[in-house]
Design a protein around this ligand. Structure first.
Ligand code: AHG
Length: 346
């Protein structure tokens, strides 16, 4: 087809087209995705001009995890929360930036089917130095009755119960990637029309890859199996065709996005000081696990699949390993071999 006749689908057109295949669907999920798209466009505008307006730097406060809150974190959190509260599809939210979940307790929202959890701006540490950052979200069907306020149980669902999950990467171009059980699709923001346009249809995570992403600064604090896998990544051997390339931005959205497209593994293991690692199960790990598994990859905490973990707290952390299937299997066999040896010694 000549470029002039090529039809580029916008996010709205794409979700409506998908909806037409399910005449019984109510359209609530499409509306929710549209709301998220809108909030992300507003955040994108501020991220792009961050150096020009007084929106860089810290607010001078700490979040519930004891981390410094950046002004853009607050802006992004307000945008996502506000858009979803004013919408018609979301009964409540939980955000990495807020201590407690929020029930949208008006007549319309109370009757909505979905709840949403998000990290409004992941990689805040990179904001002030102009490195890509992102938003991560997961959407669940509520388990409480419609018409009543949402409850903690709505938010403490296993990741496998997500209906959809996605992320936005504010990078050299801005992309929104979202997954449902039917697959993963990527949309690039076309600034000339202000719309996300389908650019990466039916994304698949390559089975194999040659990129590994981990914070090497923590190397001596990792368990033996993780060290063994890192050594394997750094060496040439018959099975993996290594050495692999090491890439670590410190902005998980960008790291996992790159590995999803090119093939690779991202790891944030537990350390001696922080056995549960740094990343949050509900706002960061579950959505990415859902997306990468829908694209054919794997995600685990080193013991069980991320999507099978029963959450007990809104802000709980977990070790996180995610990526291409064969690399994940290599990593899991390193963990298993060292754990067995440790058990035998003990
Ligand atoms: P934050 O939003 O507080 O900047 O955290 C970012 C997350 C994640 O995106 C990234 O991969 C990881 O923390 C980096 O942590 P380390 O600096 O400890 O490697």
């Amino acid at each position: 087809m000549s470029p002039i006749n090529r039809q580029v689908l916008t996010l709205d057109e794409f979700t409506i087209q998908s909806l037409r295949q399910f005449p019984q669907a109510t359209g609530e999920l499409s509306t929710l995705l549209r709301d998220i798209g809108l909030a992300s466009k507003r955040v994108n505008v501020e991220v792009n001009k961050a150096g020009l307006v007084d929106i860089l730097g810290d607010t001078g406060t700490m979040n519930v995890q004891g981390e410094e809150v950046k002004k853009l974190d607050v802006f992004a959190n307000n945008q996502f929360t506000g858009v979803l509260q004013r919408g018609v599809s979301c009964a409540g939210i939980a955000s990495e930036e807020m201590d407690e979940f929020v029930s949208f307790d008006d007549d319309v929202s109370r009757n909505s089917k979905y709840i949403c959890m998000y990290d409004p701006l992941d990689g805040s540490g990179n904001i002030d130095v102009n490195v890509s950052i992102g938003t991560i979200f997961g959407i669940y069907r509520r388990v409480s009755d419609r018409g009543t306020p949402v409850t903690r149980e709505d938010f403490l669902q296993k990741g496998k119960h997500q209906v959809a999950a996605g992320y936005i990467v504010y990078g050299s171009s801005t992309m929104l990637v979202y997954a449902t059980r039917r697959g993963v699709n990527g949309f690039t923001l076309d600034p000339s029309i202000g719309e996300f346009c389908l650019s990466h249809p039916d994304l698949k995570c390559p089975d194999a890859g040659n990129i590994y992403s981990v914070n090497h600064g923590n190397y001596y604090q990792y368990e033996e199996g993780v060290k063994k896998y890192i050594t394997l990544c750094q060496n040439k051997n018959k099975t993996n065709g290594g050495p692999y390339t090491q890439r670590y931005i410190g902005s998980m959205v960008s790291d996992v996005h790159r590995n999803l497209i090119k093939g690779g593994i991202f790891m944030y293991p537990g350390t001696i000081e922080k056995p549960k690692g740094k990343l949050r199960l509900l706002y960061e790990c579950n959505p990415f696990a859902f997306i990468v598994e829908a694209a054919g990859g794997k995600a685990t905490n080193g013991v069980q699949p991320i999507l099978e973990i029963q959450p007990t707290e809104l802000h709980q952390r977990t070790p996180f390993f995610i990526g291409s299937k064969t690399m994940m299997e290599e990593m899991e066999s390193c963990l298993a071999s060292e754990r067995t040896e440790e058990k035998i010694k003990a």
